[in-house]
Design a protein around this ligand. Structure first.
Ligand SMILES: [Zn+2]
Length: 372
């Protein structure tokens, strides 16, 4: 068993930052196949897994909030027993489903001609390797949704984040819209995908990409009147997509009682009515109380509650990392994984009531979206 475990480690690179010893011999094709079958057998019985790797550190800028150190903090919450798969790049064709070819070519060229660091806008930097890293992030989101569609919850712990990236421009630290690339990929084979975006900021890019689609239900809860200043209750979709965008803007300082009110009274019933084949979660933990960019009052253990409310819909989840820049990010990721475990119940009883402003928003959303 020990050699098998060693080879599982060898083939998958499952430990973040794990360096393979140079003397480790390559496996023969036949043995590779044998071990691959063992891996598949073991992993298919797992209820959840993660995708991450050290390659994301090639897109990095010290002192910038969206730096690789934050991914390391997030990954500190990974359970040692959780299978971790290495990232894999997506194709240009995968990216082209949601981004224009002109933007893709511009992004690649700007990265290739960058010596150290360049900026696409005052927030969004690139390095020479950023295009390749961005395709790894989007490819990992695709791999996560593939795993979800085969019945396994999977969290792609990747960067740069994606939900602000629009059809033809980078924005807000985001280069390629990872969640949107994954959703568009999944729609090749399934009918409907729900995206739940709990990041502190509204996912303007994701919303815009599916605004006229009735095959993607986009649900976002975010801070009212904060960057990128979109995501009002009245933004509900257009044409065939009318009613398939649900925005729940909350006031600064909102806590778990506010988020659970939105989830239990709006998002979960809307998802049940929609009947998606999988839920992609734009998991931005900048809603945490100690996040330097956010102003919400979510505790790390609250993320377990939100994750569980989605797993209890009975729909497999593909989570994709968005924001999250604070010191308790690792604890929150650990909470999310607890929320993905089957059979566990939330241990924390929520005694507080949602704020009056949240209750008003929830009532309005129920009316607008016919969820009364
Ligand atoms: Zn954010």
């Amino acid at each position: 068993m020990i050699p098998i475990l060693t080879n599982l480690r060898y083939m998958s690179g499952w430990t973040v930052g794990y360096e393979f010893p140079e003397e480790f011999p390559p496996l023969s094709k036949k043995r590779n196949f044998l071990y691959l079958r063992v891996i598949c057998t073991v992993w298919n019985t797992m209820r959840c897994s993660a995708i991450t790797g050290t390659q994301f550190s090639l897109h990095d800028l010290a002192g910038h909030p969206e730096c690789n150190a934050r991914l390391e903090t997030a990954c500190s919450g990974l359970d040692p027993g959780c299978p971790v798969h290495p990232p894999a790049a997506c194709s240009i064709g995968d990216v082209e489903r949601v981004h224009s070819r002109m933007y893709i070519d511009m992004l690649r060229e700007r990265c290739e001609t960058t010596a150290t660091v360049n900026y696409l806008d005052p927030d969004t930097y690139i390095t020479r390797y950023s295009f390749d890293v961005a395709t790894l992030a989007a490819g990992s989101a695709i791999a996560a949704v593939d795993r979800a569609l085969s019945g396994e919850h999977c969290f792609a712990l990747v960067r740069p984040p994606g939900h602000h990236a629009e059809h033809s421009r980078a924005m807000g630290f985001c280069l390629l819209n990872n969640a949107a690339v994954a959703a568009a990929y999944a729609l090749k084979n399934v009918d409907r995908i729900a995206i739940v975006d709990w990041d502190y900021h509204h996912g303007n890019g994701t919303q815009a990409m599916f605004y006229t689609s009735n095959r993607v239900l986009y649900c976002s809860v975010h801070q009212h009147d904060a960057f990128p200043y979109t995501g009002s209750v009245q933004e509900t979709g257009r044409g065939d997509g009318a009613g398939f965008t649900i925005n729940a803007p909350l006031h600064a300082g909102s806590a778990i009682a506010d988020y659970t009110a939105v989830f239990s009274e709006v998002f979960v019933p809307a998802i049940a009515r929609f009947g998606p084949d999988a839920i992609i979660v734009s998991a931005g933990q900048d809603i945490l109380f100690d996040d330097p960019l956010g102003m919400m009052a979510i505790r790390p253990e609250d993320l377990e509650i939100l994750a569980r409310m989605l797993t209890e819909t009975g729909t497999p989840l593909a989570l994709v990392l968005e924001g999250g820049y604070g010191p308790s990010h690792g604890e929150a990721v650990a909470g999310i994984f607890r929320g993905l475990e089957p059979g566990r119940k939330n241990g924390t009883e929520i005694k507080e009531e949602p704020r009056r402003s949240t209750a008003g928003t929830v009532a309005l959303l129920k009316k607008i979206h016919g969820l009364d």
